[in-house]
Design a protein around this ligand. Structure first.
Ligand code: SF4
Length: 354
């Protein structure tokens, strides 16, 4: 159990863990399930409103524990697409961002797992902010709960671990949050509605496959060539694409899911003829689909080095690139640049003043 400031953080605990906690403070176990129901069914985060708890317990919990992992700071909605960006602050006054993306027939919440990110991908605003710390399971789960409070539980249909940070470098807390998100006894979303996106932490991909959660997995691919990928994603020096692909094959086989390859289009870097040939070859090795993403400007971060030189592929060229991939029988999706007017599009999340 995580302690933030001087109180125990109760969000992010499973109903069993919550029951054990209640027992450890001298209370009947079933009180844990009652609290869990208030939080996950009713979105009540104030002990004093949990009317089936005795006053003495409410007072005790108020002194020792908290249901406020995050505080809601601001909320901004895109005029173009309806995409909404939430800014939350943690108890130690770090800022994180979460994005809600409305799409046809579903609303996807893009959540963060770290404050900043240590991986320094050159096209990513979060990478440019550096790394502060891992989020706790409670802080990961609370992004969902606070967004649900704003939009309604039933209106958040999908979760992607694709906001700030690398989820597989915060493995334990990511897994603990999955226990809550997939819990069918609360408004759990089910594994088919959850996607984890990784920059390619090969050993953790294997561990995730063996964890039994069977959620969908996306790889931030962005180039099929080791040397180019290393330039734009330094983590490739540690875990080569070859080793990551081996891990993904294991994941796909073990979980019987398709892998999504995320591919941000960078002019002159990964939008060439040889990139199409390499993508076709890669896609034949592994059950997969390709998500083509237009590069969103990160100029709001005043980048230097390679990041400052990156330019987007033109939209016409992106469409032609996608069409040619499709002509080889590949499943290809072309993602809109939703929310770019509020810096909430893919790769743009960063709390600038940090
Ligand atoms: S793309 Fe993902 S892994 Fe890479 S720096 Fe950004 S947040 Fe981190």
């Amino acid at each position: 159990m995580k302690k933030i400031t001087s109180k125990y953080e109760l969000k992010g605990l499973t109903s069993d863990d919550l029951s054990e906690y209640l027992e450890s403070i001298g209370e009947p176990k079933f009180r844990g399930q009652q609290i869990y129901n208030w939080v996950y069914d009713q979105l009540i985060f104030d002990f004093n409103k949990m009317k089936n708890l005795p006053l003495s317990l409410r007072e005790k919990l108020e002194k020792t524990s908290t249901l406020n992992s995050l505080n809601f700071t601001t909320y901004v909605k895109s005029k173009n697409s309806g995409t909404a960006k939430f800014l939350f602050s943690t108890q130690d006054e770090k800022k994180i961002e979460t994005v809600l993306i409305p799409e046809k027939g579903r609303n996807t919440l893009c959540i963060s797992t770290q404050v900043g990110c240590p991986l320094d991908c050159k096209f990513c605003a979060t990478g440019l902010m550096g790394y502060k710390r891992n989020l706790t399971a409670g802080e990961i789960v609370d992004q969902y709960l606070l967004a649900a409070k704003e939009y309604g539980l039933e209106n958040i249909t999908n979760i992607v671990f694709m906001g700030m940070g690398e989820p597989l470098l915060n493995f334990t807390n990511t897994i603990n949050s999955l226990k809550i998100f997939t819990d069918e006894t609360n408004a759990g979303l089910g594994r088919n509605r959850i996607t984890i996106s990784t920059a390619g932490i090969a050993p953790k991909i294997i561990e995730l496959a063996d964890s039994g959660f069977r959620v969908k997995l996306a790889l931030s691919l962005h180039s099929c060539f080791e040397d180019i990928r290393s330039k734009i994603m330094p983590i490739n020096e540690k875990y080569s694409l070859e080793s990551v692909i081996e891990a993904l094959k294991y994941y796909a086989k073990k979980t019987k899911t398709k892998i999504t390859f995320e591919y941000t289009m960078l002019k002159g870097i990964n939008d060439r003829k040889e990139d199409i040939a390499a993508l076709v070859k890669l896609s034949k090795k592994i059950p997969s689909k390709i998500n083509i993403i237009p590069f969103n400007s990160i100029k709001h971060m005043d980048p230097g080095g390679i990041s400052a030189e990156l330019e987007p592929t033109s939209y016409d060229k992106i469409v032609a690139f996608a069409e040619e991939l499709k002509s080889y029988g590949l499943t290809v999706m072309l993602r809109d640049t939703q929310g770019d007017d509020i810096a909430a599009a893919c790769g743009q999340l960063a709390v600038k003043h940090m």
